[in-house]
Design a protein around this ligand. Sequence first.
Ligand SMILES: Cc1ncc(COP(=O)(O)O)c(C=O)c1O
Length: 276
Amino acid sequence: MSTQTSREALQALDRQDPLARFRDRFVLPEAVIYLDGNSLGPLPVGAAERAAEVVNEQWGQGLIRSWNTAGWFELPTRLGDKLGTLLGANPGETVVTDTTSLNLFKALASALRIQQVDGPGRRVIITERDNFPTDIYIAQGLADLLNSVTTETGVDYEVRLIDTQDELLAALGPDTALISLSHVNYRTGRMWDMPAITAAAHEAGALAIWDLAHAAGAGAGGPERGRRGLCGGLYVQVPQRRAGRPGVHLGQRPAPAAFLATALRLVVARPALCHG
Ligand SMILES: Cc1ncc(COP(=O)(O)O)c(C=O)c1O
C-alpha cells in the first residue's frame, strides 16, 4: 500500500473530505491544527453568545421562572434525544446530565446497591488498567467508601484490574458485582467487544456499565438503534431476568440514584433493551 504525503496530495484529500465543511463551525486560533477531542474540544461558533444569553436573559431576567419558560426542566431529555441520533438510540433513551465522572459514580453505586440485594457476595468491580484514570479512581473511591461503612458480610469491595478480554473473561465469577469499561480507549482508540463482554458478564450474574465517551460514530461495535438503554454518556445494561423482577423496579428500592433509576425505568418499560 502506498501512502501519499505530498502537500498537494493531502490538499486533494482535504477537498474530498465530506466533513471538511464542519471546520467553519468551530472557532480556532489562526494556524492551529487541533486534534484533541478528549477533554476539551474546540469552541463551536455561537457558543459564547448562547452562553451569555442564557446567563443574562434566562438566569438574569427570567430567574426561577426559566425552569418552565426557558424549558430547563426538559433539557436533559431534549438534549438527550439530539445526542441519541448520533449514538443510534431511540427517542427517550438518552439523558444528558452532570459529567461523565458523576454519572459513573451514580451508575456504579446504584449497580452495587442492586447486587447488595440480588448477590450480596458479589463485591468485585472489574475494570481495565488502561481505562480513563478517573473511571478507575471513582471505582476505587466507591469501594473504599463502602468498605468504611459496611461490615455485615465481612467481605470487602475490591477493584480488579485487567488488561485483555481473555483476562476479563477469566476474572468473571461468583464474586463479580459488575464490570465497568470504556468502549473506546481515550488514547489508543482500541475498542472492546461490547456485545460479547456484556453477554459474558450477564451470564456470570454481573452487571455491565459502559463509558461511551468517544464511542459515538466510532464503529459498528457501538450501540445499535433500538437495542440498548443509553444514559448521560454512559450505557447501563441490566439482564432481563433482573429488570423483569419486581425488586428492581423504581419505588420498591430505597432511594436508588436518579441516574440509574432512569435507566432502569427504561429497561423495565422496554425489556428488549436489555439484550446485548
Ligand atoms: C473515556 C472518558 N471517561 C471519562 C472522562 C471524564 O469526563 P468528565 O470530565 O466529564 O467527568 C473522560 C474525559 O475526557 C473520558 O475521556
